[in-house]
Write a protein that binds this ligand. Structure first.
Ligand code: ZN
Length: 253
């Protein structure tokens, strides 16, 4: 580690130790370190255009789901489900920090359930979860395996309605209850750590406006619009950073 990197890690460890209310807000960059591709990346965009003739935003829109459900589910199964992905160091250390009382809430834009798989309890999923499915007609709940087992358009055994993933599609609004809880968590936070997001996608990106705590930390490989307002900006892998930070905690949590 360079002297600058060491100094940044020490700073972040100090911030976490000193804070009695810390919130972590993460985007796709957290999951890419578990091998889950970001469908919004340049490669994801190219693949979607080449194979389906549409952008990922079009393919994952409510209009597309409504009018071309068969192609919607084809794209969804192929590109948004990583059944075998495992939590990486970032997920694991965030869960340990929560157990140690040093992290109050994780807010995520990801739908892969990896924070919960790592053991995090308080997770707010802004965009829903692909582990949950429901019938659009009668509301019956289904597992992820259910839609993976069915070919083409998955349907409800009770009423024949389409069974869809409980994720927020483009053109759909975020869940009010989750959004309220996220706003409350950020409003109360003293330390906010943001990582793996370009902070370009609204309304999730707008959540930062609610933060009035002392310390904002950004851990991102590329610049974001919030860099100038942060107390600390680290340009590195989140897994690597949190592993190094965790060395400064002597709890065996
Ligand atoms: Zn049904």
């Amino acid at each position: 580690m360079t002297p600058l990197e060491t100094e940044q890690i020490e700073k972040l460890a100090y911030f976490i130790k000193a804070s009695n209310n810390t919130v972590f807000f993460g985007g796709a960059g957290i999951s890419t370190e578990s091998g889950i591709p970001d469908f919004r990346s340049e490669h994801g965009l190219y693949r979607a255009k080449q194979v389906y003739g549409h952008s990922p935003e079009e393919l994952l829109s409510y209009t597309f789901f409504k009018h071309e459900p068969e192609r919607f589910f084809h794209y969804y199964r192929e590109n948004l489900i990583a059944r075998d992905a495992k939590p990486n160091s970032a997920h694991i250390i965030l869960a340990k920090l929560e157990q140690a009382g040093k992290l109050q809430t994780v807010i995520t834009q990801n739908i892969d359930g990896l924070h919960q798989a790592a053991g995090s309890q308080k997770v707010l999923e802004l965009h829903g979860s692909n582990w949950r499915q429901y019938c659009i007609k009668c509301g019956e709940k289904y597992s992820l395996d259910y839609i993976l087992r069915q070919e083409n358009i998955p349907t409800c055994v009770k009423c024949g309605g389409i069974v869809r993933p409980d994720v927020v599609l483009y053109q759909e609004g975020l869940d009010d209850v989750v959004m309220e809880a996220a706003i409350q968590a950020i409003t109360q936070a003293k330390l906010l750590i943001v990582s793996g997001t370009s902070l370009a996608v609204y309304p999730a990106a707008g959540l930062l406006r609610w933060f009035s705590g002392d310390t904002l930390v950004l851990i991102n490989k590329s610049p974001t619009p919030a860099d100038s307002t942060a107390s600390l900006v680290i340009r590195d892998s989140i897994g690597k950073v949190l592993r190094a930070v965790y060395q400064h905690f002597d709890c065996h949590c």
